[in-house]
Design a binder for this molecule. Structure first.
Ligand SMILES: O=P(O)(O)O[C@@H]1C[C@H](O)[C@@H](CO)O1
Ligand SMILES: Nc1nc2[nH]cnc2c(=O)[nH]1
Length: 293
C-alpha cells in the first residue's frame, strides 16, 4: 500500500472537527444514497448541507446521479447525516478514501449506518423495480485483499480481525420487513445476497452465470467496503438494494444495461425508498441496543 493511500486517525479527526464547527446537528444515524437515490436526503428537516468539495479530506464525487453533498438534519425527530452520493473504487479512489466518511461519522457519534445502492438482479424471481433488503454480502475485491481494512490496523476503530457473520443487523432487518407490510409494498420487496464487484464495466455473460451459481441475488459496485468499515468500528448496519436491471445471463438475450437506465429506475422508486427509510429511522432505537422505542 502506498503511503499516499493511507489516512491517519488525525485526518479523520480533522474532518470531524470541521463538521462539528459548521453544524449543530449531532447525528446518530448515517445514510449513504446509492445511484439516483439522493432524494433520501430531501426529507431531512432543518437541513445543513455541504458540498464535498468544501469538506477537508473528502474526495470528489464524479458519477452522474451522485450529487456530492453531505446533508445533516432530522428525520422523524432523529438526527441524521446523509451522503448524497458515494465514492466508488472504479473512480480511482483508494478504499480508505471510499470509506473515509464512515469513520468520520463514527467520530461524530453515529451508531447506525443505512446503505443503499442500485444493483442488477441475478435471482430469476426478481423484477426491475424490486427493493432487496440485504441479508448478507459477498465482497469479491476482498477475496484478494483489496479491502479498506488492509494495512496497519488502528485499534481505536476496531480489531485486526473483525467478525463479519452478523454484518447486517437482524433486528433492523425484521423491523424493515414489518414496515414494508404496513406500507403495503411487500409484493416487491425481497431479501437476498448482494455481491460487490469492482466495476466500472457491467458483467459478461460468463461472469453473470458464475455469480448466479455462487448464490448472488443482486450485483453492484459499492457498499461492501462501507459495510466492512462500519462493522469494524462497531456500528450496526442496514442495507437496501434497488433492482434497477436484470443481469443478462443468456447469449441470445440482446438486452444491454446502461447507467442512464439504472438512474431511470432509481428515480422511479426513490420516493418509496424514502418512505421506507424514513419509517425505519422513526421506529429504530438510536442507542444501538436494537429494540424499538
Ligand atoms: O453507488 P451505487 O452502488 O448505487 O451505484 C451503482 C453501481 C455503479 O456505480 C452504477 C452503475 O449504474 O450504479
Ligand atoms: N455490477 C453491476 N452493477 C450494477 N449497478 C446497477 N446495475 C448493475 C449491474 O447490473 N451490475
Amino acid at each position: 500500500m502506498h503511503k499516499k493511500d493511507m489516512v491517519s486517525y488525525g485526518d479523520y479527526q480533522r474532518t470531524a472537527e470541521w463538521i462539528l464547527s459548521h453544524t449543530k446537528h449531532q447525528p446518530k444515524v448515517a445514510i449513504i444514497c446509492g445511484s439516483g437515490l439522493g432524494l433520501l436526503a430531501d426529507g431531512l428537516q432543518n437541513p445543513d448541507s455541504f458540498p464535498y468539495s468544501d469538506i477537508p479530506g473528502f474526495p470528489e464525487s464524479t458519477v452522474p446521479g451522485h450529487a456530492g453533498r453531505l446533508v445533516f438534519g432530522e428525520l422523524k425527530g432523529k438526527t441524521c447525516v446523509c451522503m448524497q452520493g458515494r465514492f466508488h473504487m472504479y473512480e480511482g479512489h483508494p478504499l480508505c478514501k471510499v470509506t473515509f466518511p464512515v469513520r468520520v461519522f463514527k467520530l461524530l457519534g453515529v451508531e447506525t449506518l443505512i446503505v443503499t445502492n442500485a444493483a442488477g438482479s441475478l435471482a430469476d424471481s426478481y423484477n426491475t423495480g424490486d427493493i432487496m433488503i440485504i441479508r448478507d454480502h459477498i465482497n469479491i475485491p476482498g477475496f484478494s485483499s483489496i479491502s479498506p481494512l488492509c494495512g496497519p490496523n488502528d485499534e481505536r476503530f476496531g480489531p485486526r480481525f473483525p467478525a463479519m457473520s452478523s454484518a447486517y443487523d437482524k433486528d433492523l432487518y425484521r423491523l424493515a420487513l414489518e414496515i414494508c407490510k404496513s406500507l403495503g409494498i411487500s409484493h416487491f420487496v425481497r431479501e437476498g445476497v448482494y455481491c460487490m464487484v469492482g466495476g466500472p464495466n457491467f458483467e459478461t455473460i460468463a461472469e453473470a452465470r458464475l455469480l448466479h451459481k455462487l448464490g448472488v441475488d443482486a450485483v453492484g459496485m459499492s457498499t461492501a467496503p462501507e459495510v466492512l468499515v462500519a462493522n469494524h468500528c462497531g456500528m450496526r448496519v442496514f442495507g437496501l438494494s434497488l433492482i434497477t436491471n436484470r443481469v443478462v445471463k443468456d447469449y441470445e438475450d440482446k438486452e444491454a444495461v446502461n447507467h442512464e437506465g439504472v438512474l431511470g429506475v432509481s428515480n422511479m422508486r426513490s420516493q418509496t425508498l424514502q418512505m421506507l427509510v424514513t419509517e425505519l429511522v422513526g421506529l429504530m432505537d438510536v442507542n444501538n441496543n436494537n429494540s424499538s422505542e
